[in-house]
Write a protein that binds this ligand. Structure first.
Ligand SMILES: Cc1ncc(C[n+]2csc(CCOP(=O)(O)OP(=O)(O)O)c2C)c(N)n1
Ligand SMILES: [Mg+2]
Length: 670
C-alpha cells in the first residue's frame, strides 16, 4: 500500500513528465485491490480496471513494470508502449492471466465473463486439468461502468449459467464528474438483486482486514462451488479522476473522502497489532526509494521505433496453401448451407475445443436457416446452444473463450443485427492481438447471414461488409459458393485470429434464380483455402483479350452470380474475379486482371457510396492507371437508408443481372 501511495505521489510531483500520456491511480481504492491481488493464483484470470494499479502490484508486478507503461516505453511488458497506464495484458506462468484490457469502461464484463464460460465448458467437457486449486475469474468494474447495458448481458449470463466469476465493483460514487445521485437509480447491491444466482457481499473497501477476509471467503467458495459473486466495495477516490481531469476542478467531497483514506487505517491496525512506528517508517522509506529509482530507470528506457508500429496486427496462421480435394469424385452437388454445416460437423467431431452458439442454433431449431440443424443432437447441448438475444455477448464472449484455448464458432442471426455486437467486435475482439503485443490473439469465427432476396425487407436484408472491413484486426470472408464456404470455414478454424464469414442467404439453397453455381460438390474433409486468394470464376478468351475486347468484373458474394449471368451476353469477353476474402485482399490478382483487360467493373450489393467496393476501384486506379482504357466503375445498390419490403422496391434498390449487363456494355464501349 505504501508503494502504491508513493507511486501516486511521485506521478503528481513529476507531472510534467508523467502526464505526457494519461494515467489514473488507485489512491483510496488500495485496500480492496490489494486484498484481491494478493489472493489470486497463476491459474486464475483477471480483468483489471484502469484504476487498478494496486491489484497489479499485488500480483507481483514491480513499479518499474508499471512505469514502463506509464511512459509508453517499448519494454512495457503489457503492450510495448501501445496502450495506457494500468491497461495490462499478461500471460506469465507465475501470475494470474490477464487478457487484453480496453479503455472502454464496462466493455470488459463480456470478454471476462467469456473466460468464465470457457472455464466452465472445459470442466464440463473433461478438458480441464489444474495445478492445484480450481481457477477463478475476477472482473473488476467501476460503479459507473455497471450502468452500461453490456454489463447486464454479462451478469445475466453469469447468473443463468453459474459461471465461476467474481465481479469486483469499486464504488467511489463518481463517474468522472457525474455523481452517483445523477447517474444511477440503484447501487451495485440493489442492482444485483435482479440477477438471481449471483451472491453479493457489500463491504467497506477501505478496511484491509475486512476486504481480505471477504475476498478470501468468496474466492474459496467460487473455487469450490463454481458460482458467481459480486463484491460491492465502497471506497473514496483520493486522487484525480485521471491525470487529465483534476479533482480540484469539481470535487466538493474531498475532505470527507480523505477521512476515509485506507492508508492511515492500515497503519493504525498494524500499530495495534504490535508493529512499531519505526518499522513502518522503514517500509515507507524503502518503498519511496524503490519507486524513485524505478522511475529514473523507466524514464531512461528506450521508446519504440517507428517500425514497431507494424507488428502483431495478426498472429501467423498455419494455413497458407490450398490443401485437400475440392471436387472429390462421385459426389452430387450440395446446397451451400449444407457445405457450411458439414464443415462445422467435421470440425466438432475432430476438436472438443470447437463449440457453436448463437440465437436459435440449439437443438430445437438448428438455426433460423437450419444452418446448424442436427448439430446439437450430434454433439450435445453443452457444445451447441442457444444464447439470449445478446449480440454483444455472443461476439465479445469469444475473447474469453479463446483466451482459455477454445475455438468458438458463433453467429448473429442476420447482418442487420450485428450492430449491437459491433462495439465488442471493434473495441475488444479486433484489437486484442495488437494491443497485447501479440499475447492474446482472439481465435473465433463469427458467421453472419447477409444479403437481400425474396422481400426480406429493411431489417433482414442489409449488407454491412464495408463497416466490418473498416475494423482493422479482423479477417473477413464472403464466399459465393459452397466449396469456398467449406474451405474457408476450415481455414478460419485453424487461424488464430478473429474471422467474420458473411454467408449470403440467397445463396444458401440457391433459391434466387441464376445462382445454381453456388451449389457445388462438397470438398473433402481436408480441404482448406488460405485467406487472401481470389478465384477466377470465369475466364475470358485470349483472342478477345488480345483484341482489347475484354473486361474484368471484380466482385464477391451475390455479385459473382450477377456477373456470371451478365457475362452470357458477352461470350468470351468477360473475366469474373471472385475475391472470396475481403481481408486479406488478393490485390495481386486484382491488379493482374486489371492490367490484362484494361477495363474493370467492381460489383457490390451495398449502397455504393463510401464502400469497400469503391475503395477497390480507387486502388486499381492508383496501381494500374497506365494500363487502363476506361474508368474503373463500381455498381451496387441505390444509396438509400434501407431496403424496402415491397418486392418492386427491393428490385429497384439492389443490383441485378440486367444492371450489371448494362454497366459492362457501357464500359466495353470505351
Ligand atoms: C464506453 C466509455 N465511455 C466513456 C468513457 C470515458 N470515461 C473514462 S472513465 C469514466 C468514468 C468511469 O467511472 P467508474 O466506472 O465509476 O470508474 P472510476 O473512475 O470512478 O474508478 C468515463 C466516463 C470510456 N472510457 N468508455
Ligand atoms: Mg466511480
Amino acid at each position: 500500500m505504501s508503494t502504491a501511495r508513493a507511486m501516486a505521489a511521485l506521478y503528481e510531483e513529476k507531472k510534467q513528465v508523467t502526464s505526457k500520456y494519461v494515467h489514473a491511480t488507485s489512491r483510496g481504492h488500495e485496500a480492496i485491490q490489494l486484498a484481491v491481488g494478493m489472493q489470486l493464483l497463476p491459474q486464475d484470470f483477471l480483468s483489471a480496471y484502469y484504476r487498478d494499479d494496486s491489484i497489479l502490484l499485488a500480483i507481483g508486478l514491480k513499479p518499474y513494470d508499471l512505469m514502463l507503461q506509464l511512459l509508453a516505453k517499448v519494454e512495457d511488458p503489457f503492450s510495448g508502449g501501445r496502450t495506457y497506464y494500468s491497461h495490462p495484458s499478461l500471460n506469465d506462468n507465475d501470475k494470474p492471466k490477464i487478457p487484453h484490457q480496453s479503455s472502454a469502461t464496462g466493455m470488459q464484463a463480456i470478454p471476462t465473463t467469456g473466460v468464465a464460460m470457457g472455464i466452465q465448458y472445459r470442466e464440463k467437457q473433461g478438458l480441464a486439468s489444474y495445478n492445484g486449486e480450481n481457477p477463478v475469474v475476477v472482473c473488476s468494474l467501476g460503479d459507473a461502468s455497471i450502468t452500461e447495458g453490456e454489463v447486464s448481458e454479462a451478469f445475466q449470463m453469469a447468473a443463468l449459467k453459474q459461471f465461476p466469476i467474481l465481479y469486483l465493483i469499486q464504488d467511489n460514487e463518481w463517474d468522472i464528474s457525474a455523481h452517483a445521485s445523477e447517474i444511477r437509480a440503484n447501487d451495485a447491491t440493489g442492482y444485483a438483486k435482479g440477477f438471481h444466482g449471483i451472491e453479493v457481499r457489500t463491504i467497506d473497501g477501505t478496511d484491509f482486514e475486512t476486504s481480505y477476509r471477504t475476498v478470501h471467503e468468496v474466492l474459496k467458495t467460487i473455487r469450490k462451488e463454481r458460482r458467481p459473486f459480486i463484491i460491492h466495495a465502497k471506497v473514496p477516490l483520493l486522487n484525480h479522476h485521471t491525470s487529465g481531469v483534476r479533482m480540484e476542478w469539481y470535487r466538493d467531497d474531498l475532505e470527507e473522502s480523505w477521512a476515509r483514506d485506507p492508508y492511515p487505517k492500515l497503519k493504525q491496525n498494524l500499530l495495534d497489532a504490535g508493529v512499531t512506528t519505526s518499522e513502518i517508517e522503514t517500509i515507507e522509506e524503502e518503498t519511496r526509494l524503490t519507486v524513485e529509482n524505478d522511475f529514473k530507470l523507466a524514464v531512461e528506457s528506450p521508446d519504440p521505433q517507428p517500425e514497431d508500429l507494424l507488428t502483431h496486427d495478426f498472429a501467423p496462421t498455419p494455413v497458407t496453401e490450398e490443401k485437400g480435394v475440392r471436387e472429390p469424385a462421385d459426389k452430387e452437388p450440395t446446397v451451400m448451407v449444407d457445405s457450411a454445416l458439414f464443415a462445422i460437423q467435421e470440425l466438432m467431431a475432430k476438436h472438443n475445443e470447437c463449440l457453436l452458439y448463437g440465437q436459435d442454433v440449439g437443438g430445437r431449431l438448428g438455426g433460423v436457416f437450419r444452418e446448424a440443424a442436427t448439430l446439437a443432437q450430434k454433439f450435445g447441448d453443452d457444445r451447441v446452444f442457444n444464447t439470449p438475444i445478446q449480440e454483444a455477448f455472443i461476439i465479445g464472449s469469444t475473447v474469453g473463450m479463446s483466451a482459455v484455448g477454445l475455438k468458438p464458432i458463433v453467429e448473429v442471426q442476420f447482418a442487420d443485427y450485428i450492430w449491437p455486437g459491433l462495439n465488442q467486435l471493434f473495441t475488444e475482439v479486433s484489437r486484442s492481438c495488437y494491443l497485447s503485443n501479440g499475447k492474446w490473439p482472439v481465435s473465433c469465427i463469427l458467421r453472419v447471414p447477409i444479403g437481400a432476396y425474396g422481400s426480406g425487407g429493411p431489417y433482414h436484408s442489409s449488407s454491412v461488409e464495408s463497416v466490418v472491413c473498416n475494423i482493422r484486426g479482423l479477417k473477413i470472408a464472403y464466399p459465393s459458393n459452397g466449396a469456398d464456404l467449406k474451405g474457408l470455414m476450415k481455414s478460419a478454424y485453424y487461424d488464430p485470429n478473429p474471422v467474420v464469414i458473411f454467408e449470403h442467404k440467397g445463396l444458401y439453397w440457391s433459391k434466387v434464380p441464376g445462382t445454381e453455381a453456388a451449389r457445388t460438390i462438397e470438398p473433402d474433409e481436408d480441404y482448406m483455402i488460405p485467406f487472401g486468394k481470389s478465384r477466377c470464376a470465369l475466364a475470358a478468351e485470349d483472342s478477345k483479350v488480345d483484341a482489347g475486347e475484354s473486361l474484368v468484373v471484380v466482385t464477391y458474394g451475390m455479385g459473382v452470380h450477377w456477373a456470371l449471368n451478365a457475362a452470357k451476353s458477352f461470350p468470351g469477353q468477360i473475366e469474373v474475379l471472385d475475391l472470396r476474402t475481403l481481408h486479406p485482399l488478393d490485390e495481386e490478382a486484382i491488379y493482374a486482371a486489371a492490367k490484362k483487360h484494361s477495363k474493370c467493373l467492381v460489383v457490390t450489393e451495398e449502397p455504393v457510396s463510401n464502400t469497400f467496393a469503391q475503395s477497390i476501384a480507387a486502388r486499381i486506379q492508383e496501381n494500374c492507371f497506365e494500363y487502363l482504357d476506361g474508368p474503373v466503375r463500381t455498381i451496387g445498390s441505390v444509396d438509400m437508408p434501407a431496403i424496402p419490403l415491397n418486392s418492386v422496391l427491393e428490385q429497384a434498390m439492389i443490383p441485378s443481372v440486367e444492371k450489371v449487363r448494362v454497366a459492362i456494355e457501357g464500359l466495353l464501349a470505351f
